[in-house]
Design a protein around this ligand. Structure first.
Ligand SMILES: [Zn+2]
Length: 497
């Protein structure tokens, strides 16, 4: 994600207000330091927080956990299974704001399951089946709890089908996360779900630790366009006043990166100069920006493919909608720009996320700098590539911020759930990479970035893994550098003279 400058300013004001609240003081106190040093140690426990297996005293089947085990977002995601594929068949009528859907979720049980949860907010569930048999369910808050007719063995593949409908209600959190999820607009919907808004439009395991492939079947009134991730798997079909669009993202994708953005759109399709299929779309209000979005997205995709390693997906592009989100989101293969014509830096940022955030996804939200620090650093690299400020100059300008600047008191290596998108996670995260580059040299640094994206392509990553790879490839003890830049609540010394 990247917020525009106006929103950065308003968030900065809110941050200074929140700096006085007791919860924030606790987070910056001793416990914050302890958590920070722990973040450099090994990850504890299994990634999904699942219970011990094979104990003779444990029943063969147990309820799946209501959360995936991210202590900062305890209700997000779910335990006990791993989703492989979502097939989302939705119909949306902009005039009535009515959505009806059939979500088919293919998963593998990671424990014996007597019941399990899906995340779903605000919509009404009509029916649930598991492997074709009607299942019992209850919907409590944002948790849909499913009890299959027969319990599910550990390791078994199972398919859950959920029929649901209603008026989608986006999540609204103006002080921290903004408005996100399925956001109805005059002509359709703007669908940008970071961090946990996928649950506002489909039932799933709504956390980036569980990635899956997606098929979308989206039916809208004739004359309206639906743009999702990946490629169109069939030509649109119009019948009886409705048009059905089919999209497929065949590479694993985090739920928050899925989109089904609906409205009046002008499209431009082709390939990048380097040969990657390219689709740009713009609301007619942004007709004048469509050409630039198309050309720039192609140029940036090709350049990052040289710098970061091969482009991970089968198509690229972008969508400008007329919803005034005040942010852009790196929706997989097709970033969304909410209500503005994106400048170079934002396109460079969102397309860098295709490697850092989308192909390589974080395992816990606290490691968000692995997305935002890298995408911010990409903005600096792009400026230098185009003959603007060098990365050194950009770094120096940020380092010159006074000691009282909030980025020095907020260590970016531990993103806080009540201030997830703090500018430190972006700017000081980017500075961390520049400090690393100065410590290990350009050759090793860029080889490290390409090795990082190749090793963990389509997977999940942690800060510990990045630090370990950087140390292995450079042969240096980088603990003090990462500690100073990511985990200390003060301004580190500058490696740039
Ligand atoms: Zn971003």
């Amino acid at each position: 994600m990247r917020v525009d400058r106006r929103r950065v300013a308003s968030l900065a004001v809110l941050v200074s207000v929140f700096a006085c609240t007791p919860s924030d003081m606790a987070a910056t106190g001793g416990t914050g330091v302890a958590a920070a040093s722990g973040a450099l140690g090994p990850l504890h426990g299994p990634p999904y927080g699942s219970p011990r297996h094979g104990s003779p005293h444990q029943p063969r089947y147990q309820p799946g956990a209501p959360g995936i085990g991210d202590s900062d977002f305890p209700a997000d995601g779910n335990g006990g299974y791993d989703v492989a594929h979502y097939a989302l068949d939705i119909r949306y009528t902009p005039s009535s704001k009515q959505l009806s859907g059939l979500a088919t979720v293919q998963a593998t049980a990671t424990q014996g399951l007597s019941s399990f949860h899906l995340d779903l907010a605000g919509l009404r569930v009509g029916k649930v089946t598991v492997d074709g048999a009607a299942a019992r369910f209850s919907h409590e808050g944002d948790e849909l709890i499913v009890t299959p007719a027969r319990p599910i063995d550990r390791g078994a593949a199972f398919t859950t089908a959920v029929t649901y409908s209603g008026t989608p209600r986006p999540e609204r959190d103006p002080a921290n996360l903004g408005t996100y999820g399925f956001i109805p607009t005059d002509d359709g919907a703007f669908v940008a779900s970071q961090p946990n808004g996928a649950k506002t439009w489909f039932p799933g395991n709504d956390h980036p630790a569980d990635k899956a492939t997606f098929d979308f079947t989206i039916t809208v009134p004739e004359g309206t366009t639906a743009v999702a991730n990946g490629e169109q798997s069939a030509a649109p079909v119009t019948s009886g006043g409705s048009t059905t669009y089919r999209w497929r993202e065949r590479h694993p994708m985090a739920t928050y990166l899925a989109t089904a953005t609906i409205g009046k759109f002008e499209l431009r399709q082709g390939t990048t100069p380097g040969g990657v299929p390219l689709l740009a779309a713009a609301d007619p209000r942004f007709h004048a920006s469509l050409g630039k979005l198309y050309t720039l997205s192609g140029e940036v995709t090709d350049y990052w493919s040289e710098v970061f390693g091969p482009y991970p997906f089968s198509s690229t592009g972008g969508v400008i909608d007329d919803y005034q989100a005040g942010y852009a989101l790196e929706t997989q293969t097709r970033p969304l720009y909410g209500g503005f014509s994106p400048q170079d830096a934002i396109v460079a940022h969102e397309l860098a996320h295709q490697w850092f955030g989308d192909s390589l996804s974080i395992t816990r939200w606290k490691d968000l700098w692995l997305n935002e620090g890298f995408a911010t650093y990409a903005e600096w690299l792009w400026a230098e590539h185009k003959g603007g400020d060098t990365a050194d100059a950009t770094f120096r300008a940020f380092h010159a911020r006074p000691a009282s600047d909030p980025i020095w008191s907020y260590p970016p290596g531990r993103a806080r759930p009540n201030d997830l998108f703090d500018q430190s996670v972006y700017i000081r995260g980017g500075m961390t990479l520049h400090a690393l580059r100065r410590a290990i040299g350009d050759e090793t640094f860029f080889e490290l970035l390409r090795t990082w994206t190749a090793t963990h392509r389509y997977g999940n990553v942690t800060t510990d893994e990045f630090v370990a790879l950087a140390e292995r490839m450079s042969g240096k003890d980088l603990g003090p550098l990462f500690d100073a830049w990511l985990f200390e609540p003060r301004r580190p010394a500058s490696p740039v003279t």
